[in-house]
Design a protein around this ligand. Structure first.
Ligand code: GLU
Length: 465
């Protein structure tokens, strides 16, 4: 085990979205690569917005993506005693103070500051206050050194400095007694021994404030790496307007977790011009040094392309197992149909998602096919009776049903009726699949097997127009 300790710290106020998943993935990869520790912490201090449903949704999505944590999940809601203790410590040391300013007073100060062209920040009225009246208060951090500068070296963004004049006396505890994000994140990261914080760059402005809190609490400051955000094609922050942003929506749309993982990692990280990476390769090759500074643009076509790649090349038994759920959603009982692995093999070149594959596979499971009307009128006519009967006879004679047997049978039919391959295959295709588009006719015959195939041709012979 190395000393590296990283974490993912989602707020359970919704599902796991694409951006969060990428942050979790980067942390996971770093921990795996360096035999470090990946900690999962649920930041549920905002009681009003946090739900168990969201916690479950986040855990499910991480599980689906294969992002297993080494420690946790820890819940901030279990740690309020610790936070209280630390607030007391800061108060006792004069590093924090009680602020009794009312909202009206704060609003008035803000307006006055804006009117005189100043920054609308808290003016420090209560810094020197010593009484403790019986009225609601917040606890504020006493910004150390008003004239100072805080600097850190971000592992992705480079050197960042902020003048304390830009900062406010941060609220550490709300008037209802609950601690705020900036405080608890510092306490937890420090107490959990996190030494590299990798998170979205929407938090970059919080980092100098947090560094000052680390110092005030006597903790060692970790390293930081802020990952650029993800934009939609219109260069606006990725949102529902751009399509699904929830990880599990992609599962429901028939995406494979390895495709999403591969896609997410490339959204911001590059390795030459390579596009395809297994999780093992990512663990070996991922590096913060190759994470770009600027935002990545979400490209649904590329994700679809990667998904198609993994459907083409993935283990067929696993795909068959995954396909089951999608078939069942269509009312199909997979165990009543042909071998599912063979079904997958016959369709994997043609489907980009498991939803498409399930659509394409449906015909295999219905011997009582509904024929496409146009195809029926064109290819299942009295004029095709002799041909279809001839095919039926020839197939019945086959002792085996592999490619060679089928080719030989086809050759005989083509010769007997003086027809080219396509003219034989197309009516047969409609009889077997109900339509004119399907996997290769030999594949369809092999997957269906002799008995099902003959049944379907005989049935077609009863509906000729
Ligand atoms: N809970 C915060 C969020 O979901 C993350 C905090 C952090 O990573 O420091 O935005």
């Amino acid at each position: 085990m190395s000393d590296l300790r990283v974490r993912f710290a989602p707020s359970p106020t919704g599902y796991l979205h694409i951006g969060g998943a990428r942050t979790a993935l980067f942390n996971y990869l770093l921990a795996q690569q360096q035999s470090g520790t990946f900690v999962l912490r649920i930041e549920d201090t905002d009681v009003a917005r946090s739900t168990q449903e969201s916690v479950d949704a986040i855990l499910d999505a991480m599980d689906w993506l294969g992002l297993t944590c080494d420690e946790g999940p820890f819940y901030q809601s279990d740690r309020s005693e610790l936070y209280k203790e630390k607030i007391e410590q800061l108060l006792a040391e004069g590093k924090a103070y009680r602020c009794y300013c009312t909202q009206e007073e704060l609003d008035a100060k803000r307006e006055a500051a804006l009117a005189s062209g100043g920054k609308p920040k808290y003016d420090g009225t209560c810094r020197t206050r010593t009484d403790q009246p019986e009225q609601p208060y917040v606890v504020r951090f006493r910004l150390p050194n008003d004239e100072g500068v805080t600097h850190f070296n971000d592992r992705i963004k480079g050197g960042i400095s902020i003048r304390h004049q830009e900062l406010d006396d941060l609220i550490l505890q709300r008037s209802d007694g609950t601690p705020t994000y900036n405080l608890v994140v510092v306490i937890d990261d420090a107490e959990m021994g996190i030494n590299l914080v990798v998170r979205g760059d929407d938090h970059i402005n919080n980092t100098p404030r947090q560094i000052l809190l680390y110092e005030a609490l006597g903790y060692q400051v970790p390293e930081f790496a802020h990952v650029p955000m993800i934009l939609g094609a219109d260069k606006k922050r990725l949102s529902k307007r751009h399509g699904a942003t929830s990880v599990m929506a992609y599962q429901a749309m028939g995406y494979l977790p390895e495709a999403l993982v591969n896609y997410l990692v490339r959204l911001g990280w590059s390795y030459g011009d390579e596009e395809i990476f297994s999780m093992d390769e990512l663990i070996e090759k991922f590096s913060l040094n190759n994470v770009g500074k600027s935002a990545g643009v979400f490209n649904p076509e590329k994700l679809l392309w990667l998904n198609a790649h993994y459907i083409k090349t993935g283990d067929a038994s696993r795909l068959a197992a995954l396909l089951t759920e999608f078939l069942e959603a269509k009312g199909i009982v997979p165990s009543e149909g042909p071998d599912l692995v063979a079904v997958v093999e016959s369709l994997r070149e043609r489907a980009s998602t498991l939803v498409e594959m399930a659509d394409g596979a449906a015909f295999y499971f219905f011997d009582e096919l509904a024929y496409d009307e146009k195809a029926h009128n064109k290819f299942l006519t009295e004029g095709h009776r002799a041909l279809l009967s001839g095919i039926c006879e020839q197939l019945r004679e086959c002792s085996g049903f592999d490619e060679a047997d089928l080719e030989a049978a086809f050759a005989k039919v083509m010769e007997r009726f003086s027809l080219k391959f396509g003219k034989v295959a197309q009516p047969l295709r409609v009889a077997l699949t109900g339509g004119t588009a399907s996997p290769s006719i030999y594949d369809v015959l092999k997957v269906l097997g002799k008995e099902r195939s003959l049944y379907r041709i005989e049935r077609a012979l009863t509906v000729l127009v």
